[in-house]
Write a new protein. Structure first.
Length: 394
């Protein structure tokens, strides 16, 4: 699947940078165009993979390149004011060559959480291609203002995009990690999962052709119902299949090696990976039951992929979700040393983290209002005391 990606804000820019590095390392060619948008000049300068001409600094007249300080209302205002500058960068994107837009943003900060929904609304008005969001939820230990921002941004973002793919930092941060190391690891977890999903169907010259093709239309159809989506991922190391070297000759060629592989073993590996992907750590933890749509992608050396295993995995997902719209297929990677399964669950209804986020946000908003009222009362008392003192002097 070919995507035009926009990294909005600090987190969005860094994740987009990692996507480009992933593309370079794997030859996946998922990112057809990359644009980074920020109100902080230092964040844009810290990017390594995104071309400098595709880095857009907005809000210069008001924040002077210093960011919005977690004020997502200001982030939204600046995005609206400078939407033409963002559009100028997007105008360079060969839209006829992309299947969809993907806007990436951390939902707890100011620039991305405020600006990403504004951009999504703008792009949907202009283009016919789907506009998806990839929103990253802050950890519960990051502070009340970030939780409040995330709750506000989530509600807006999910209504402005064709589907909101979510990654929950709270489910992935490990104890004892430094902040920088933790986020670097998380960014790679994000890119590895969504890269495996969006990479499906991209076949170059000389590549193996899948038995059951998963192309961009399958992904688009799975995401077409809107709402919130989550992705699961699992992989298993296998012996590499050499296409013509010494090892291949010893085995009597590729066909001979494939014949020697136990069909039952490859089938069981696939069904096991599907279960591990769906029941393990999802990008957004949730119940499988009730998901409106699902998509299974199995990637790896063709010799280790078979239709029977994928079909069994697809049927198991149907049983677990209760959905009649479960698609599945394979993505051959001849040089890979792993068999991997990616499971996309779209339109998930029961997400405890979102409910918790909204509840915390309500409490945080109440606390903010109480603090403001108390501050106003204290200020009035202070002014009143000063006036009394002045009167006593005269």
């Amino acid at each position: 699947m070919k995507l035009a990606m926009v990294g909005f804000g600090q987190a969005g820019g860094k994740i987009l940078d990692t996507f480009l590095e992933y593309d370079r390392q794997t030859g996946g060619d998922i990112v057809n165009a990359a644009v980074a948008v920020n109100t902080a000049k230092a964040d844009l300068m810290g990017l390594e993979e995104i071309p400098e001409e595709n880095r857009v600094l907005i809000g210069q007249s008001r924040v002077k390149g210093h960011g919005v300080g977690a004020d997502n209302e200001l982030g939204a205002e600046l995005a609206e004011e400078d939407i033409d500058e963002i559009q100028n960068a997007i105008d360079q994107v060969p839209v006829h060559e992309v299947d969809a837009f993907l806007i990436i943003a951390g939902l707890g900060g100011g620039t991305g959480s405020g600006g990403a929904p504004v951009l999504a609304k703008h792009l949907k008005r202009i283009y016919t291609e789907p506009v998806y969001g990839l929103g990253v939820l802050p950890g519960s230990d990051e502070g009340g203002i970030y939780t409040l921002n995330a709750a506000r941004s989530f509600q807006t973002f999910v209504h402005e995009v064709d589907n909101l793919l979510v990654f929950d930092n709270d489910a992935w941060r490990q104890t004892g990690e430094s902040v920088q190391t933790g986020y670097d690891e998380i960014n790679w977890e994000i890119v590895r999962r969504f890269g495996a999903l969006f990479g499906a169907g991209e076949v170059g010259s000389g590549d193996e052709v899948a038995e059951s093709v998963v192309d961009s239309s399958e992904i688009i159809n799975t995401l077409s119902g809107g709402g919130v989506s989550t992705v699961g991922y699992a992989s298993d190391e296998v012996d590499p299949v050499d296409s013509g070297g010494f090892l291949s000759k010893l085995r009597g060629g590729n066909d001979s090696f494939e014949d020697q592989l136990d069909t039952a073993q490859t089938t069981n590996r696939i069904t096991s990976l599907v279960r591990k992907a769906a029941l393990g750590r999802l990008t957004l933890p949730c119940e499988l039951e009730g998901a409106e749509r699902a998509l299974l992608v199995m990637a790896g050396p063709p010799a280790y992929l078979n239709r029977k295993g994928i079909e069994r995995g697809r049927k198991w997902l149907e049983e677990q979700t209760g959905s009649m719209e479960v698609r599945g297929g394979d993505y051959p990677l001849s040089d890979s040393e792993h068999v991997a399964g990616a499971v996309l669950l779209s339109g998930v209804p029961n997400v405890p983290r979102i409910k918790e986020l909204q509840q915390v946000a309500i409490e945080a908003q109440d606390n903010i209002e109480e603090i403001r009222d108390e501050s106003a009362d204290n200020f009035e008392d202070l002014v009143s005391d000063d006036e009394d003192e002045l009167e006593s002097l005269f």
